[in-house]
Design a protein around this ligand. Structure first.
Ligand SMILES: NC(=O)c1ccc[n+]([C@@H]2O[C@H](COP(=O)([O-])OP(=O)(O)OC[C@H]3O[C@@H](n4cnc5c(N)ncnc54)[C@H](O)[C@@H]3O)[C@@H](O)[C@H]2O)c1
Length: 296
């Protein structure tokens, strides 16, 4: 017997994307409208130094797009932004390791208290189908060889990573305690369009354009995995419907390289010689030769 496929389009969903004016969040909004043209998308963003409204310029005046300037630590604004949402994806965070070393408190506030404010509001939204907490592989700390598993011990090594670990585990606790449909993702280093200039690859490229040195710490032998930002966004979008509540998902790019080999590749692509990154490639102003570079 032949069966007929339903011709009904899936119901348009209402999304709250926090931190959507930043690097990954804005790429996610672009992907969302491409994948779900009828989606209703609200972005809640405090517009800190790393945000850029130009990242969302395409959607200005779009009938299904709403931008709310506000702080995820502010329960009133969060209640307004989340009202009736089907899906929440929390990209909002303080994200720069070096800044967290100078000012841990700001990181604890947004990356832990802000997550708590969102989770508390999520409990009051019975229609909510999914809450994605965007965490980071930095929560694992460092490893001599091999890769991290979702079950690896969390050993954050700087205030940024520790604050993210706090938000990550708090989100899990709201699944375990209240049954909230939470999923946690831990991605590796993202690269791609709309990145703030202090992130590693844009920083290297723009420094070289300006004829300056690039800040590689030590001998540049730290290994990073690099993930193209759209691949990260596609993984997050897929997990909304196909992920299992309470689970953690590592999202990697499978492109590991040392920082120094990254510099060499960028130099090659820019047709610059190693002499431009000279001395040989250590910037005189690098903050600490002992501290590994971790640009998230
Ligand atoms: N960039 C990476 O390589 C990487 C890798 C893994 C995970 N992550 C995680 O992905 C998320 C996004 O990172 P990103 O690189 O796009 O960062 P980003 O700094 O470019 O964007 C962060 C956004 O959050 C907003 N924000 C900050 N504090 C806020 C607050 N209190 N209330 C509301 N909005 C606030 C900022 O204005 C900004 O628009 C973060 O949670 C980060 O930990 C990033």
């Amino acid at each position: 017997m032949r069966t007929r496929k339903s011709s009904a389009a899936p119901a348009a969903r209402t999304w709250l994307v926090t931190g959507g004016a930043g690097f990954i969040g804005s790429n996610f909004v672009h992907l969302l409208f491409a994948q779900e043209p009828n989606a209703r998308v609200r972005v809640l963003d405090k517009l800190t130094y790393s945000a850029n409204l130009k990242n969302l310029q395409l959607f200005r005046g779009h009938k299904n797009f709403q931008f709310i300037k506000g702080d995820i630590c502010d329960a009133r604004v969060v209640a307004r932004a989340m009202a009736g949402a089907d899906v929440v994806v929390n990209f909002a965070a303080e994200t720069a390791v070096d800044r967290s070393i100078d000012d841990p408190h700001t990181f604890l506030r947004t990356d832990v208290v802000g997550v708590h404010t969102l989770l508390q509001q999520a409990r009051k939204e019975p229609q909510l189908k999914r809450f994605i907490q965007i965490s980071t592989d930095e929560v694992y700390g460092q490893i001599k060889r091999g890769s991290f598993y979702e079950t690896s011990e969390l050993r954050p090594r700087n205030p940024y990573a520790a604050a993210k670990a706090g938000g990550d585990r708090l989100a899990y606790s709201f699944f375990a305690t209240y049954g909230l449909p939470v999923i946690i993702t831990r991605a590796s280093n993202n690269y791609g369009p709309r990145a703030y200039l202090e992130k590693m690859i844009p920083l290297f490229v723009t420094n070289l354009i300006d004829g300056q040195k690039v800040p590689v710490y030590g001998a540049g032998l730290q290994i990073r995995d690099w993930l193209y930002v759209s691949d990260h966004c596609r993984a997050v979008h897929m997990l909304v419907d196909r992920g299992v509540s309470g689970e953690v998902y590592n999202v990697g790019g499978g492109q590991e390289c040392t920082n120094i080999s990254l510099v060499r590749r960028i130099l090659k692509l820019m047709q610059r010689g190693l002499q431009q990154a000279a001395a040989p490639w250590l910037a005189a102003g690098a903050q600490s030769a002992q501290r590994p570079a971790q640009h998230h």
